[in-house]
Design a protein around this ligand. Structure first.
Ligand code: UDP
Length: 319
């Protein structure tokens, strides 16, 4: 089997490339290195079944050639991280909308199966319960830039389902919840690498807002396992699956846990959202997945618990 991973030099994409090589795939990666990084591929760069193309997914002739070679397309290339999205709204919309449109159109021309990596952001500002795939979405105002990302990924999902229903293109949508693990950089705002780096350097751990907002984290190795298995499950076609872990923690408690596990003397500081992301920023107070659907279909359950996830990030930064 041959797989194409768009965004394969990124944090999640590079772990997926490793897993697919283990599963005996021949792997083609396309990445424009906007947020991806060649060092992420160091472990596998000499593997004979691994091929890297540095280019944008908007280059249609390159994409056409790559898609024609692949049996399975894992579409991960997208704008990533709240900071990037707040700082580069045009590029975010451009790559998320046009990029996915191009991938689906070309895949449809050649009738190749596609897995779209989507995001739990599409649920928006739900509070009450664990989020299941058919829930309504609760979006903020169009004036609030953060929601552009959620809406662009929602549009990607609509388009993928439209291709499935109207053109019979086999597609699967994986909605990833907060994914953590080695190689994730704190540069684009993600909380765990930022907390761990600050703790290890003895710098203040900065919690945005009052820290009562909560998240459910999942390890990147669990995420790529779920994606690889969803791709080969025929019953997953034309459907959406949460890929997450329902263990929930507040950001304040996460800061304490990181401080404790690193044995750090860092202070835990609170800073207002406006200071972190500019005026009018809206955060999700809670985001926890209902994971019954993926569990029932492919028996998927995450292997990593929270301490093991945090430890893997600590070990990575210590290295
Ligand atoms: N956060 C924080 N300090 C940081 C980075 C993030 O308190 O240095 C908070 C952020 O406001 C959010 C949570 O941690 O409430 C998760 O943030 P992240 O950007 O990792 O993911 P997302 O907001 O997309 O869930």
């Amino acid at each position: 089997m041959k797989a194409l991973i768009t965004g394969g030099a990124g944090f999640i994409g590079s772990h997926l490339a490793e897993r697919l090589l283990e599963l005996n795939y021949e792997v083609f990666v396309i990445d424009n290195l906007w947020t991806g990084n060649l060092t992420n591929l160091e472990k596998i760069q000499d593997n004979k079944r691994m091929h890297l193309v540095i280019d944008t997914i908007l280059n249609e002739s390159v994409m056409c050639e790559l898609i024609s070679k692949a049996d399975h397309i894992f579409h991960l290339a997208a704008a990533v991280g709240v900071r990037k999205i707040m700082d580069h709204p045009v590029e975010t919309l451009d790559i998320n909308v046009k990029g996915t449109e191009a991938v689906l159109r070309l895949a449809n021309r050649l009738k190749k199966k596609v897995l779209i990596a989507s995001t739990s952001e599409v649920y928006g500002r739900h509070m009450e319960h664990s989020l299941s795939e058919d829930d309504n979405r609760v979006m903020g105002s169009v004036k609030k830039r953060r929601w552009a990302y959620a809406c662009s990924k929602t549009l990607d999902e609509f388009l993928a389902l439209a291709y499935f229903e109207e053109k019979k293109l086999p597609v699967v949508i994986a909605r990833l919840f907060n994914t953590v693990g080695p190689r994730q950089t704190g540069e684009y705002g993600m909380v765990l690498p930022n907390f761990v780096q600050s703790a290890l350097l003895g710098k203040p751990i900065t919690v945005f807002g009052d820290g009562t907002q909560s998240r459910s984290f999942i390890h990147v190795k669990d995420v790529v396992e779920a994606m690889a298995r969803l791709m080969v499950e025929p019953k997953a076609e034309g459907d959406i699956f949460n890929v997450g872990n329902h263990h929930e923690i507040t950001i304040k408690d996460l800061a304490f846990k990181v401080k404790e596990m690193t044995g750090s003397n860092s202070e835990i500081d609170h800073i207002p959202y406006e200071k972190a992301y500019g005026p009018g920023f809206e955060d999700m107070e809670r985001r926890c997945p209902d994971t019954e659907k993926i569990e029932n279909l492919i028996g998927f359950q995450p292997a990593y618990h929270l301490e093991a996830m945090i430890q893997s990030v600590i070990d990575y930064f210590k290295e």
